[in-house]
Design a binder for this molecule. Structure first.
Ligand SMILES: Nc1ncnc2c1ncn2[C@@H]1O[C@H](COP(=O)(O)OP(=O)(O)OP(=O)(O)O)[C@@H](O)[C@H]1O
Ligand SMILES: [Mg+2]
Length: 472
């Protein structure tokens, strides 16, 4: 067998391929898949594989007398179950895949998100339709991707094989949906192609439930309410990926042999292709409305510290007559110490019918405000603009000894020496926060987005929001 040359071609376009647990039962299909991975490598592409394992986990648990529990179709994972999940995923399925791919050469390296801190996740919160918060146990949403190890492997021509297990922000580990993992990795590693292989022909839609061959992100977002089961995280994953610039996103019938090579290498039209939707990126002029035409009521102004969220939120609040909450004001108490009531207060605000909040604090409260928001105004300004604004703002605050939220003031000492001062942190956090916002957008596709990419655009947009718009 010829050597695919794992040591060369570590720079080609990247394909992230997610293999569903639903297609891992058939040995012949798996062997064909492994051969396709090798062909992709040989063509000069870099390849990263993510695998699922839903059916295998259920079978394994049942064999041990544990009946899977579900809330709104989402699996509940107890800490004991998680051990079993991890064993099936990383100990069995991942090993099988690594073995099959490595029949073609020393390509595959298996890992989970725990390795080298590749994936960090926060326990998922789930709110039912009637507003109850329910525990899903050890299931997480990704909050951070560290690409170092994967980049090293890919540059060396290897094929990482990743199981959907992540290190948790609360200690321990969490199970994360593999479609979600694949999309997050595709975005973080700037993949050219994201492929999701599953056990159906593609995305079914419409009264006759036909396979949709091609659709835009916007069309997919509209279909989301009727997409259920295992297809829901796939649809969200596709949306996130195209919104973040992944060029080709496909859902392919993974039970058809060699479907990966046929689609990616031979250009055969198979399954469902999702293309980016300029409308989702364009800035709609005037008052933001929901798809049905009703005005938005609960707005997040997102963006990194220094982007100008509060200023924009105040302006918007005046124009729309919707009350504004300054998130920093809820977070900081006297002496810049975090307030214990923060989460409680945010929850109370979020439960309200109409609000504008400036900031997300998702690293503290996860998707709490996102779950209630119907619109996000994203101040996605260039790094240097943000840095310049931050420096200017801090100088102004220090020199003027301005009283800020919680009665605090900024000091020269903090501005010059505090390693956690926003001016210093912006350089580290900029890319991460952008990615997190993209990920949140993908997780909440029903939320209207206004993405503003320069200070000028933001001012112009705000001016176009009509004064004294009728409240709701
Ligand atoms: N509109 C839809 N179009 C296609 N499939 C749908 C749709 N709505 C729900 N589904 C279901 O989604 C399933 C695929 O997701 P599922 O999670 O079962 O598999 P997987 O993601 O490939 O495997 P794993 O979860 O183990 O990674 C299909 O078998 C189908 O029953
Ligand atoms: Mg699935």
């Amino acid at each position: 067998m010829s050597e695919p040359g794992h040591g060369r071609g570590g720079r080609g376009p990247l394909a992230v391929v997610k293999l569903g647990g639903s297609v891992m039962g058939e040995p012949a299909t798996l062997r064909a898949f492994a051969e396709d991975v090798w062909r992709l490598r040989r063509s000069g592409r870099r390849v990263l594989v993510v695998h699922g394992g839903g059916p295998q986990i259920s079978t394994h648990l049942r064999a041990r007398g544990v009946e899977p529990a579900f809330v709104d179709g989402l699996r509940v994972t107890t800490p004991q179950m998680l051990d079993e999940v991890r064993m099936v995923m990383a100990g069995k399925l991942q090993r099988e895949l690594v073995g099959l791919i490595n029949a073609y050469g020393p390509l595959a390296v298996g890992l989970t998100g725990e390795d080298a801190h590749t994936l960090a996740a926060a326990p998922r919160r789930h709110t039912t339709a009637d507003g109850r918060e329910v525990e899903l146990g050890r299931v997480g949403d990704i909050v951070r991707v560290e690409t170092g190890l994967l980049r090293t492997l890919l540059a060396a021509g290897r094929v990482p094989v990743v199981s959907g297990i992540a290190r948790s922000t609360d200690g321990g580990v969490l199970n994360v949906n593999a479609d979600t993992v694949a999309a997050a990795l595709a975005v973080s590693l700037k993949a050219r192609t994201l492929v999701l292989l599953t056990d159906v022909e593609g995305l079914y839609a419409g009264p006759e439930a036909r396979v949709v061959r091609r659709l835009s992100a916007g069309e997919l977002a509209e279909l989301l309410p009727e997409i259920g089961g295992g297809m829901a995280p796939k649809a969200a994953a596709c949306l996130r990926a195209v919104d973040a610039g992944v060029r080709e996103v496909r859902m392919l019938p993974g039970l058809a042999p060699h479907v990966l090579a046929r689609s990616v290498l031979d250009g055969e039209e198979l399954g469902t292709t999702v293309v980016s939707d300029p409308a989702r990126q364009e800035v709609p002029a005037g008052n933001p409305v929901l798809p049905g035409g009703s005005p938005v009521q609960r707005i997040i102004v997102a963006g990194i510290s220094g982007a100008g969220k509060t200023t924009l939120a105040r302006g918007l609040s005046r124009r729309l007559s919707i009350p504004h909450t300054e998130m920093d004001g809820l977070f900081y108490g006297p002496g810049w110490t975090p307030r214990a009531e923060f989460e409680h207060d945010v929850r109370e605000m979020a439960a309200g019918a109409r609000w504008i909040c400036d900031g997300q604090y998702h690293w503290v409260i996860g998707d709490l405000v996102w779950q209630r928001a119907d619109c996000v105004i994203w101040l996605d300004l260039p790094r240097r603009t943000v840095l310049a604004r931050l420096v200017r703002r801090s100088l102004w605050r220090v020199a003027g000894r301005r009283r800020l939220y919680g009665g605090n003031v900024e000091t020269w000492r903090s501005l010059l020496f505090n390693p956690d001062h926003p001016v210093r942190r912006v350089l580290d956090l900029y890319a991460q926060r952008r990615r997190e916002t993209q990920e949140q957008l993908a997780r909440h596709p029903g939320v209207r987005v206004v993405r503003l990419t320069s200070g000028r655009q933001a001012r112009r947009w705000l001016r176009a929001v009509a004064d004294g718009a009728p409240p709701g």
